[in-house]
Design a protein around this ligand. Structure first.
Ligand code: PHE
Length: 407
């Protein structure tokens, strides 16, 4: 039965009751904006790659990092979660947060999904760059597809203690150690501190290479299942602290299972859109997907370091329509299912969906949600009559698929 199969990037996949990839997401598979010539995401990718090539070289002068920007985004649950020690009950595994193809297969939710495999292949320094997929809110900074850069650097004991005098006595590992805020049980504190120092100075210099020498940075403690300790780097941008990446000392269990037990590693992951929007002054994340010459021509430069400030062609007026409905009483409702339906029907003219009001009827105890949907076209003025038609279609689809009752 063909209806139980999906064709994605030239491969057939069985579907099941976990399948929740939507046609509008599938349509974007293979666009690979991060390697599209003259695309802002591609310029930024090139700058980050150049920084790593320049910063880390072998004795003979060749770049230490290898770059993987072409790995298929369809991964297994094992790659995306298990290989990274993500607990079985971790919220990031939920059907409401990921695009599943079937119960074992999904569109990767982070480029970290490939880290264990690349280490198993024997790599010690690498970048993975690609498209990632998450079910999320819909507004000017969130989109179901975005792009990440992940990095891994593995070091031996000789490498990290090379410049220390009595390095004989310094070890990567310690037996009978205990885990605390500074380190994992198996690591020596001195090894972790050397790695932490290199990781943090590498990333603050990267932030300076992109945003200029004067950019203000700060480190915030964080938690990831695959690193400990873990941090986030924030930069001060237009008076706001903006989180730009997550990083940490890799869980030794991952290295052990991948055959790199004699090394210690650091890793980080960053989102390209978030940085590119600030760097180029791009006001809406949908613009990255635009085929409009008015957008793309502004990035037609050969030098990826060129200073570019995007100038909106003009901002067209929005149409804002509300929708209210009673939720089904069986608890099956998820707002992410609704967001997907809205995006599926409205496409990229949906700028934002916000929950305006939640209300529980005092007698029936039924819950009602009211959402505001902002419709705005990036390249022309929308006509209210056209928007109303789309809005009606959304109401019909929500009724049919989510068991809600329009008020
Ligand atoms: N994968 C993490 C994310 O998507 C980022 C990360 C990568 C953090 C590697 C630590 C190490 O948020």
């Amino acid at each position: 039965d063909k209806s139980n199969e999906l064709m994605l990037l030239g491969q057939k996949y069985a579907t099941d009751d976990w399948t929740n990839v939507m046609p509008n997401v599938i349509a974007k598979l293979g666009r690979n904006l991060h390697v599209q010539q003259n695309h802002p995401l591609s310029h930024l990718r090139q700058r980050i790659v150049n920084y790593f090539y320049g910063q880390f070289r072998s004795k003979s002068g060749t770049p230490s990092f290898s770059v993987y920007d072409n790995i298929c985004p369809i991964v297994t649950v094992e790659q995306n979660f298990d290989s990274l020690l993500v607990p079985k009950d971790h919220p990031s595994r939920k059907k409401t947060d990921c695009y599943f193809i079937n119960q074992d297969t999904l569109l990767r939710a982070h480029t970290t999904a490939h880290q264990a495999e690349l280490i198993s292949m024997g790599l010690n320094n690498f970048l993975v760059i690609g498209d990632v997929y998450r079910r999320d809110e819909i507004d000017r900074t969130h989109y179901s597809i975005f792009h990440q850069v992940d990095a891994v650097r593995l070091r031996t004991s000789q490498e990290i203690f090379r410049n220390v005098n009595d390095s004989e006595n310094l070890k990567l590992f310690e037996h009978r150690g205990i885990e605390n805020a500074d380190k994992q049980a198996c690591h020596s504190l001195e090894a972790v501190k050397v790695m932490e120092q290199e990781l943090k100075s590498t990333l603050t210099s990267l932030a300076q290479a992109i945003f200029g020498k004067d950019v203000q940075c700060r480190w915030v403690d964080q938690y990831f299942p695959f690193t400990h300790p873990s941090w986030e780097l924030e930069i001060l941008h237009n008076d706001n602290w903006l989180e730009i990446l997550g990083c940490g000392i890799m869980r030794q269990e991952i290295l052990q299972k991948s055959g790199a037990m004699d090394r210690i590693g650091w890793a980080f992951g960053l989102g390209l859109e978030r940085l590119a929007m600030r760097l180029y002054n791009i006001p809406d994340i949908r613009l990255f997907w635009s085929n409009d010459a008015g957008f793309l021509n502004q990035f037609k430069v050969d030098n990826p370091n060129a200073h570019i400030q995007y100038k909106p062609i003009s901002i067209y007026p929005p149409c804002i329509n509300d929708i209210s409905f009673w939720l089904p009483e069986d608890g099956s409702y998820s707002s992410h299912d609704f967001y997907d339906i809205v995006r599926e029907i409205g496409g990229d003219i949906i700028e934002q969906i916000s929950l305006k009001d939640e209300f529980i009827h005092p007698n029936t105890k039924k819950t009602s949600h009211c959402y505001s949907i902002v419709y705005r076209h990036m390249e022309r003025t929308l006509i209210q009559k056209v928007v109303n038609k789309i809005h009606d279609q959304i109401a019909k689809a929500a009724t049919a698929k989510l068991n809600v009752v329009i008020r």
